[in-house]
Design a protein around this ligand. Structure first.
Ligand code: PGA
Length: 262
């Protein structure tokens, strides 16, 4: 199956970083670089407290806004939680679901991921569903088994029509925040498998159109060769997204690889 989608999709997950002043400065610097990145879909994922502020700066720029998590109920007595309708109201179009840090520190399971994916779709948000194997699973030769289990349970019973609104992010846990990026061949092996699995479940059309991102220590160096791989449609960038220059350079490298394919 050829790479159906050519427009690179580059998302910056700011995690728990940034005062409002810092968020404003970072978003403004990325907006300033946006004209050079016009061929890519750019998404910023600030902390909840900065969503409205960053959303205001992004208005009219074509850069999207996303949140880092949501709760599976739309409202009610759930102290500390944020719902899909609230995120939509704050200007979000996307929301991360099942990030490995949520799984590792906050008890996220494939079952809660499935509920959150449903909640996001119900609110008209595109979930970016994250999954990936631990180092232990990789070394035991159980990468594909882990990925399949997370995908099958995490996507639940979505219909083929719904999968078009879902993005996937393969993020090997051993590569997140460690400086150790997966090699293009390692990432491609898993991402090709994922697309094949989507094809089995939902058919060729939805599988070839699905956006599958790679995440885990993505830096400007290396992003060209990663994006060259057929099943890598873009990146979910953590640490490097806090530096506007590095983030823009990652998008520029993906665009360079993309242009060569045309
Ligand atoms: P990293 O984070 O780029 O800092 O490894 C990626 C992520 O957690 O989404």
């Amino acid at each position: 199956m050829a790479k159906a989608r050519k427009r690179p999709f580059i998302a910056g997950n700011w995690k728990m970083h940034g005062t409002l002043a810092e968020a404003r400065a970072l978003a403004s610097a990325i907006v300033a670089a946006a004209p050079e990145l016009a061929g890519a879909d750019i998404l910023l994922i600030p902390p909840f407290t900065a969503l409205t502020e960053v959303g205001g700066l992004l208005a009219g720029t074509g850069i999207g806004l996303g949140a880092q998590d949501l709760f599976w109920e739309d409202g009610g007595a759930f102290t500390g939680q944020i719902s899909g309708p609230m995120l939509k109201d704050a200007g979000c179009r996307f929301v991360l679901v099942g990030h490995s840090e949520r799984r590792q520190y906050f008890g996220e399971t494939d079952e809660t991921v499935a509920r959150k994916v449903r909640a996001a779709l119900r609110s008209g948000l595109s979930p970016i569903v994250c999954f990936g194997e631990t180092l232990e699973a990789r070394e035991a030769g159980r990468t594909i088994e882990r990925i399949d289990a997370q995908l099958d349970r995490g996507l639940g019973d979505l219909a083929a029509g719904e999968i078009a609104s879902v993005l996937l992010a393969y993020e090997p846990v051993w590569a997140i925040g460690t400086g150790r990026t997966a090699t293009p061949a390692q990432a491609e092996e898993v991402q090709a498998h994922i697309r094949g699995r989507l094809e089995e479940k939902y058919g060729n059309g939805p599988a070839s159109c699905a956006i599958i991102l790679y995440g885990g220590s993505v830096k400007p160096s290396g992003s060209y060769s990663l994006f060259k791989e057929k099943n890598i449609d873009g990146f979910l960038v953590g640490g490097a997204s806090l530096d506007a220059g590095a983030f823009a350079a990652i998008a520029a490298e993906a665009l360079r690889a993309d242009r060569e394919e045309k």
